[in-house]
Design a protein around this ligand. Sequence first.
Ligand code: DGL
Length: 362
Amino acid sequence: MSHPRPHAFPTRLMQALLACSLLLGNAAQAAEKLAHVTILATGGTIAGSGATSTTTVGYTAATVGVDRLIQAVPELAKVAQVKGEQVFQIASENMSNEHWLTLAKRVNTLLAQPDVDGIVITHGTDTLEETAYFLDLVVKSRKPVVVVGAMRPGTALSADGPINLYNAVLLAASQEAIGKGVLVALNDQIHAARDVTKTNTSTLDSFKTPELGMLGYIQGNKPYFYHLSARQHTVDTEFDISQLNILPQVDIVYGYANMGPAALNAVVAAGAKGVIHAGVGDGSLASKVVPALSAARKQGVLIVRASRVGQGIVARNGEANDDELDFVAADTLNPQKARILLMLALTRTTDSKEIQRIFYRY
Ligand code: DGL
């Protein structure tokens, strides 16, 4: 019976061990080359859970921690070196100005670090567009910041959270996303923070940028951009929140047939420094409300004419004489985003003409 030559056995084992170590070494080197992405978790449905696999409404948002979100998508390790931080754990209807300031300061601190290449923020979808726009105006880095959510909890059949998170991390790790402003990525689509909005209470394709258009797609593990934001953002804005602990109180008053001044008078009495009038049509003002708006303006409250319609330009001096009333026209910002821009504008100036220029710049 022939015995393997003694010198042969160690050779084959050594060859196998060498091959394994080379493979492991290559894998470690490949991983080392991946971008470093920090996931800041805030709650929402992407961190939600339901009683059954078919519970897509009536679930509980903000129950799953960031570590479990990351563990649920092991493929993340193929596209980035990921770390997670639980900044908040809330349903996003409870997002506040204070949450925004805390989150923005954490984002800016992390992005100033050389070992952070991009950031993903997991967020409830109800106010996702608002947080994204606030960050778009105050983040002071060209590094990618991607805000992501989900329309179904992770416990549901065909949950969208895991793939949305994977795509968001892939986008935040990409060269293509650098310098594009804060991005919103859901449903394989890439949107600009300024113009994206939630258009459906529950469907997977809820986030859209109607008329002005989304920026691109994520397909086959790669981002594709076809448009760029035309308005200034991130490092090109004048807004600095680093020393701010509070934002000016700005409220929104919704326009409708037969409206009166009661809601407006209430927010002014409560101390609003600015009011967004979400008017009907092209920001039209009911004649019953104009005296109260004018009185508020004379008290020093900044008035911005926006529209409840959702698309199109609210033209200065169109449905109202803004020059005479000393009001500001919101341009294309929807009421909730006009509120964010007016809050930040009021940290810089109370001059209505300068604020109008700000609304044409961002
Ligand atoms: N309460 C909602 C929120 O946290 C759930 C909706 C969602 O996250 O998709 O925004």
